[in-house]
Design a protein around this ligand. Structure first.
Ligand code: NSS
Length: 428
């Protein structure tokens, strides 16, 4: 049997025709003479009516279905200005596939309850809209990198060394050895530039983040890119072009944005170039505001919030102190206490969405930095990359959930991903 999708009906493609659709009961109510069922599928929602006078048996069956039951219906599509979406189906058959028990999710439930029922909550209109935008973000990444001749590569998730310092590593037993879950695919991407010059990946990243915040997950997805013959300035341009493109694509998803109460225009106007301010300047601005920001420390959530409230487009903060950042950053030739890196901070208080910069491409300097930091793991292979045809190169990592949270103005990062993992959540 051929099934129509609800979206096709709402686009007017099936008007006055008989259709079969299948989906789940979203709402159901009934008067003495007529039963209304709103059915949803992956593409939309539509009202189906069953009249007692036309078919009393079918009317009784329709009355018996519960919220979230799976059903199949046959009926004739009519344009009807009064019904939501402007179309309605006059049902003339209904097949109950599975009668749902009383659905536990109703209005006004606590966040903890909803998180415990996340496997059911993902059916909600809100989460569905967010996840459709998430899928669009991934499509936009792929299109941008394809259009710019980057090759997609994939690093391992089991690794033998830290990328972003030892404190957030998840370690595990790997047969008789110790291993870690990856924090970043960066080093593997660096290896792959010697094959492909420009590479990218989207992969999970694992961090034992011990604090409960609205912007940290213990398992999140990171988009990473690495480019040969490239410096900090060059990679910032790549980042802003990519972010601008993602914004353009998300702004086109008008239906979902409407469901989420987000004005497409606020996203469409995020176009490059993005302002660049030095770390020194950022500290000066913060101190001018009476914030206790100390030179030498990385910017924290609160500092980034205060700083980015002043802007309505993302900003780059560049040239951080060496001691605030990971060991692999290229030291500033003018000032060895600083490194050639930049974070991209989202406006409106959201803060860091990208970390990136130029990498150390010299064997001696890299050896020295690894020794200074005393990192766990074996970096021999990573140092090797500086021994066989090293080239200047730079790259970045973008937190997918951070970007979605910012674009959709969500209170908490957990709503950007179907099954979030945080310090206190590993169920469902
Ligand atoms: O630690 S980063 O700043 N940088 C890296 O991991 C580099 N090795 C990436 C690279 O250059 N290839 O993380 C990158 C981004 C950061 O800007 C955030 O947007 C996001 O990853 N991020 C997170 N998102 C969600 N939850 C957590 N815990 C988190 N940590 C970083």
């Amino acid at each position: 049997m051929d099934y129509s999708q609800i979206q096709e009906i709402l686009e007017g493609k099936c008007t006055d025709k008989e259709v079969n659709i299948r989906g789940w009961v979203w709402r159901a109510r009934s008067s003495k003479k007529i039963c209304f069922i709103i059915i949803r599928d992956s593409t939309g929602r539509i009202q189906v009516t069953f009249e007692k006078e036309i078919n009393p048996e079918l009317f009784e069956l329709a009355k018996s279905v519960t919220i979230e039951s799976s059903i199949e219906i046959k009926g004739v599509v009519r344009e009807d200005k009064r019904s939501p979406g402007g179309y309605e189906i006059h049902g003339n058959d209904l097949k109950l596939i599975s009668l749902a028990q009383v659905f536990p999710i109703t209005k006004d439930q606590s966040v903890t309850f909803l998180m415990d029922k996340r496997h059911l909550w993902v059916r909600s209109r809100n989460i569905a809209a967010i996840l459709k935008i998430r899928a669009e973000v991934y499509k936009a990444f792929r299109d941008w990198f394809d259009n710019n001749n980057y090759i997609e590569v994939h690093g391992p998730m089991f690794t033998g060394s830290a990328v972003e310092g030892g404190s957030t590593l998840f370690d595990l037993k790997y047969f008789d050895k110790k291993a870690y879950l990856t924090q970043s695919s960066q080093f593997y991407l660096e290896a792959m530039i010697f094959t492909f010059e420009k590479v990218w990946t989207v992969a999970p990243s694992f961090r034992a983040e011990k604090s409960r915040t609205t912007r940290h997950l213990t398992e999140f997805w990171m988009l990473e890119a690495e480019k040969a013959y490239s410096d900090l300035e060059d990679i910032m341009k790549v980042e802003e072009e990519l972010v601008g493109y993602v914004c353009k694509r998300v702004a086109e998803r008008k239906e979902e944005l409407k469901d989420l109460n987000v004005k497409p225009n606020t996203i469409a106007k995020i176009v490059p170039p993005f302002e660049r301010i030095s770390y020194d300047k950022a500290i000066e601005i913060l101190q001018g505001d009476g914030v206790k920001a100390e030179w030498g420390e990385d910017l924290g959530t609160e500092e980034e919030r205060i700083l980015t409230l002043k802007y309505d487009k993302p900003i780059f903060v560049y040239d951080y102190p060496k001691k605030a950042k990971a060991f692999y950053h290229y030291p500033d030739p003018q000032n060895p206490e600083k490194v050639k890196c930049a974070d991209l901070l989202a406006p409106g208080g959201y803060g860091e969405i990208i970390g990136g910069g130029q990498r150390i491409d010299d064997e001696e300097i890299l050896l020295q930095r690894i020794e200074e930091e005393q990192l766990p793991g074996d970096y021999e292979w990573y140092i090797d990359l500086r021994r066989y045809g090293s080239v200047p190169h730079s790259g970045f990592g973008l937190g997918v959930e951070r970007v979605i949270r910012w674009l959709l103005k969500l209170d908490n990062i957990r709503d950007t991903i179907p099954f979030p993992r945080t310090i206190n959540r590993i169920y469902p």
